[in-house]
Design a protein around this ligand. Sequence first.
Ligand SMILES: [Zn+2]
Length: 482
Amino acid sequence: MRKLLTFKLSLISFLMISFSTAADDNLPDIGSSASQVFSLAEEQAVGDSYMRQLRAFAPLMNDAEVNDYIQHLGFRLVENNPAASDRQFSFFVVEQNSLNAFALPGGYIGLHTGLISRTDTESELASVLGHEIAHVTQRHLARRIELQNQLSLPSLAAFAAAILIATQSRSSDAGMATLTGAQGLTQQAIINHTRSNESEADRIGINTMYRAGFDPGAVVTFFEKMQQNSRYRNNSFEFLQTHPLSRNRITDARLRAAELPRRPVIEKPTYQLIKQKIKALTTKITPVVLDAARQQYENNEFKTDELLYGYALLLLKGKKFERSERILLDLTKKHPGQTSYAIALAELDIESENAKRSLPIMQNMLDKIPGNLALVEMNAKLLLANNSPAEARELLLENVHMTIFAPHLLKLLSRAQEEAGFLSEVYETEGNYLLSVGDLSGARNQYYQALNAHTEDPYARERINAQLRRIKEYLYERSLRR
Ligand SMILES: [Zn+2]
């Protein structure tokens, strides 16, 4: 299953094309006119639809700190790409140990955890994001969708069918085999088309990251790393399949980086902290893993506070609360303003039923940084652990706009609403959650129940009816393609 999923994600650029005119679980509209220009609004609709499916089947990382970080880094680059100002963007992380990054229509940009872990500097990570943002602004995706419309019907049909099989039966190898066959038919056309786009995305990406204050030389070091690794590990380098790396690309990048004036690059500790967090979140905790880490700790191999933080997170995940607490207390004392350390300690306090200790510290931090997703989430969790669901509900409702990027907050909200006795609200929140993960019929059922519960409140009824109309529109569009 894992293998199939990896393979599917590696094919996202192909999937994206096959869903070019389709929404949700449908076959694409193969017969449409090839000359039709794909508008920005259409591209956005395709991207939204694709993202809903991705949320339903792909292992997206729900960690608020990781998501917050990647959004901030992404938008720092977007602000430095002049062509990006009229486009929407959203950045997310896929929990997958392969080296891959991809852009979907509508400005959705995904990074695999394996890629983030294999970067050595924030500039290397920024180089990948700058490149993907350029694919979006140059409308490479839309152009490829148009190209795909010109491909022969059988290959597209086979390909789309394969995706349906793969999406619906994750545990079966049948989808895998069909997918491989269909891939062979379409891959050549797509990759040929991609090469010219790659050099354009490289050129724009390197300027973007330079303007954002990163080291343009990181493009070269990251390319070299990919090239070296791909010699040993062919299968795990999907990034190279969707973004082919030629000798010219590396040479071009080296020349461009050399043209840009050198200047000192200041990298904040957050990047290293996020890498440590991803490592802890994706490591399977076993006694062997914990023993090895303890050995490193005793040999003083964790020389930076970021590495010590990573060790404390492993201990926390392994439920070694006392040892984790000792390190985290030291770190929070040494860096009282660093949210990552305080959030880890708060997590530990919830796990060890001591939520009272972290509550005032987290509330204070949130007062200082009100828009921080991770602080909102942790405060809500602490309030719930501290038997204050009404306050958790209020906090989450105040920040409900964040759920667009972090649908899992809706699960926290529905729990808070239920525990605080706002039962009529729970259906609507559950409906919003299911809608965001692409379960249209599940969402519709929840909204009907919500309408039954909200007999008095005209505003709530209007809101829910608007959502039901949206679902009706999606279903109508879908039926047109049948
Ligand atoms: Zn590319």
